[in-house]
Design a protein around this ligand. Sequence first.
Ligand SMILES: [Zn+2]
Length: 328
Amino acid sequence: MTLESSECGPAAYGADKDKPSMSDEYAKRRKLYEAISLRTGLAWPYIAAIDQYERTMSQAHPKTRPIRKDAVTGVYVSEERWRGDLNPTEEDTNPASIRFFRGIGQDGSGDKVADRSKDEDLLYSVTVQALQYGSAEDDFTIGLWEYYHNTRAVQRVMQFAKLYRHFDRLDLNGHAFPLPLKSTYSYRSTWGNKRGWGGRRIHEGTDIFAGYGVPVRSTCYGVIEIKGWNAYGGWRIGIRDLNNLYHYYAHLSGFDKNIKTGDIVSPGQVIGWVGSSGYGRPGTQGKFPPHLHYGIYRDRGLVEWAFDPYPLLRRWENEEYKAVKGKR
Ligand SMILES: [Zn+2]
């Protein structure tokens, strides 16, 4: 694990371990989105959101959605879907015959060729699908649903678009440790340990022990997806980030009163306080010592899988320490 990159990183909480070329990558993407926006009339944050959703699906399914070398877009369209199921011409690039066979492939670059290995053509084709009922928000969401047949996909694209629109940039990868570093806390790797309550469950997360009332902060740029009571997690908040990860904060004693579902948060922003709520009816607390249960789930399209957040917590903690030291 190298941590060098954070010391001179621009973000207050330490830049991600992105390679130095990541800003070039974002510039290329932004240029592509602006070009598709010009051709379709759709504002770039929505195009960026479709692209990013597609990218997270490709990352979750690398075998069935291979990523082209040097690809700028994250869009993947299968050959059959591109050319049309009944189209006898494999690798068809003729927009007219593809249209005839109801394929979705179109020419987005202006060279009259619908090329499935070209960024402009791929992203343009999917954007056109999303716009088939119109560009008003309701019509756009219907178009997305018609393309993905998955309500989660629609929700993701709209969440991502909200983030891009709000910040007006693509680089939203900064992170923070969930508790203030100056507070007293302790945590260790407990992935997969058996749970005592609610039947046979394994522990999907990391418990960070701290006193009642210690602030709990968002670890990422994201959208509040869920806020309220849950029998296991007590008062809990779920935040969706642009990597399509769901960050779950449980057993809180309360929420920041300004935070509601659909709101946008930044790394380090206080969302609630450490408590011991949960394991019963709404309001139940004190059945275990106060701690933050922090979990991360990856949306894989139709299901979400938890993964061990412990290594990321260590990394964000270290990056933040270094960033703070660098400022003195
Ligand atoms: Zn826990």
